[in-house]
Write a protein that binds this ligand. Structure first.
Ligand code: NAD
Ligand code: MN
Length: 503
């Protein structure tokens, strides 16, 4: 059992060889399975039940049944809140297991996995609290009338998640949905299904009634698509690439499903001449290389004021060369594996295209050979200069450890360059001038602006995109509105009967 050999915490979860679907509160296996691998070593981790269309149908019906006839959506808020806290409690008790499983399945580094698992836990705690304060309102209407606008759960939600933050994305979706009383069918990515399945099991253990949380590992093109088209599904919450997001929006229009889309990005990172250069260097390194650059909000376009360009770049490149790749379980590893061989080829293809278009590869630019991890997928942290805005490598999301760098002359040009993208998810700026930080923040076309800060998300902070990075916000109070409908109840309490036709 390879996974036991490489397991560092030797947890029980690591002895497990097979993961089932969760449908109607039960572990379910079907006719088919697929295998999930460790991208750092290429080794097999476990087999996973592969959902078929029939399984998807069962999961949707279980969710529908629980929503239409079950108790969950009618349960008192304090009960739902207690269950969410219990989920968080079980996750805390199994923290190491979740971290270990996430590292094995995704190849990410220990520090990244620890941070993400902790945030997933805190997301449940956040929504356990937030749901208590989520309510409709009473509106001003003429005397003898009353209007109460109530919040009702939107219904059955399909939640489709990507491979880059397998557990955290599952938490961002599951926690607000069940807090509001929705029933869900979650489809994890086939490359990284394990932690979402375990989270589904934890939800059941914590007391979420049967049918409310269903986990459906399987292919996007079959079961994912089926969820999106199904007339009994009321909402689709999707996180993934922009092309698939467009496809989903089009398909969902047939039944007019509610849709929220968290899509790709090509986020700018602007360093002004008055910035604390060392802080900007460290924050910019984290901004692009965290999670091996496989982040929707990766700050992959770096713009440096021309007067500090050389000083900044000297430090930035020197530190890029110091980044440690290797054993993801090692505390000192900064950069884990790339998710798959296919993705490795995509990344390298972008770097080759940059070379062909005349850019300069300052450091990195090739597949990395890591001793002891030869069968895994690794790419050297890569810095590219001499680029312009017509290049593929500047326009398109690479989703790997590759940053493009350009100098700029003044604030106006920096804003123009930053906004010259079809995406609008994250952005960062580094300056000690508060007025400038405020002025530029207001001009940036992006859902998130990080000012002198490398971090893009905490439980409670709205996360989501402008432009082709999607719409809808997760991780925040507003998310609860996106899992609810507003019902406006207008009542008359006058003593005289109303006779508007005067008959
Ligand atoms: P992807 O679009 O290939 O797949 C995402 C999910 O959609 C997977 O579960 C996949 O199986 C499913 N899917 C694929 N085709 C489908 C279809 N036709 N119908 C329904 N479901 C389908 O994306 P990925 O490669 O897994 O993830 C990387 C992408 O996700 C990047 O573009 C990244 O920027 C984006 N992302 C965005 C955010 C955000 O919050 N904005 C967060 C993480 C990742
Ligand atoms: Mn995997």
């Amino acid at each position: 059992m390879t996974q036991v050999k490489e397991a560092r915490f030797e947890t029980l979860e690591m002895k497990r060889q097979h993961y089932s679907m969760i449908i109607n509160g039960e572990r379910v296996d079907g006719a088919e399975t697929f295998t999930t691998y460790n991208p750092a070593t290429g080794e097999k981790i476990a087999t996973v039940a592969k959902a078929t269309i029939e399984d998807a149908e069962k999961a949707i019906l279980a969710a529908r049944q629980s929503f239409d006839y079950g108790k969950w959506k009618k349960s008192p808020i304090n009960k739902r809140s207690r269950v969410l806290n219990k989920i968080a409690g079980i996750m805390r008790a199994r923290f190491n297991e979740l971290v270990e499983l996430e590292i094995l399945d995704s190849g990410k580094s220990l520090s990244a996995a620890q941070g993400q698992v902790m945030q997933a836990i805190e997301d449940f705690e956040f929504y356990a609290g937030a749901i208590v304060g989520h309510r409709g309102n009473v509106n001003n209407v003429p005397g003898q009338f009353q209007n109460v606008a109530e919040k009702e759960p939107v219904g059955v939600c399909a939640q489709i998640i990507p491979w880059n933050y397998p557990l955290m994305m599952a938490a961002w979706k599951i926690a607000p949905a069940i807090a509001t009383g929705c029933s869900i069918v979650v489809k994890p990515a086939t490359l990284t299904p394990l932690t979402a399945i375990v989270l589904g099991e934890i939800c059941i253990e914590a007391g979420v009634p049967e049918g409310v949380v269903n986990i459906l590992p399987g292919a996007g093109s079959s079961v994912g698509n089926y969820l999106v088209e199904h007339e009994k599904v009321d909402k689709v919450a999707f996180t993934g690439s922009t092309p698939i997001g467009k496809n989903i929006m089009e398909k969902a229009s047939q039944t007019l499903k509610r849709v929220t889309l968290e899509l790709g990005g090509k986020s700018p990172n602007i360093v002004f001449e008055d910035a604390d250069i060392d802080a900007a260097v460290d924050g910019s390194l984290f901004g692009i290389f965290y999670n091996t650059g496989q982040s929707c909000e990766a700050r992959s376009r770096l713009y440096i004021h021309e007067s500090i360009y050389e000083t900044f770049m000297e430090k930035f490149v020197e530190k890029t060369k110091k980044l440690q790749l290797g054993d993801p379980f090692n505390k000192t590893t900064h950069i884990g594996a790339v998710i798959s061989e296919e993705q490795l080829k995509v990344i390298d293809g972008y770097v080759q295209s940059a070379k062909e278009e005349g850019a300069t590869i300052v450091t990195g630019g090739k597949v990395a050979e890591i001793e002891g991890f030869e069968a895994g997928y690794w790419y050297e942290p890569t810095v590219i200069t001499n680029v312009h805005h017509d290049m593929k490598v500047v326009k398109e999301e690479i989703f790997g450890p590759v940053v493009v760098v350009m100098p700029f002359k003044d604030e106006k040009e920096a804003v123009k360059l930053a906004n010259d993208s079809e995406y609008g998810l994250g952005s960062a700026l580094w300056t000690k001038d508060y007025a400038r930080a405020t002025r530029v923040s207001k001009q940036i076309e992006a859902g998130i602006v990080m000012v002198n800060c490398p971090f893009s998300a905490f439980p409670g902070t709205p996360f989501g995109g402008y432009k082709q990075s999607g719409f809808g916000r997760e991780l925040c109070i507003e998310t609860l509105d996106l899992y609810t409908e507003t019902k406006s109840i207008i009542s008359y309490f006058g003593s005289r009967p109303l006779n508007p036709f005067g008959l």
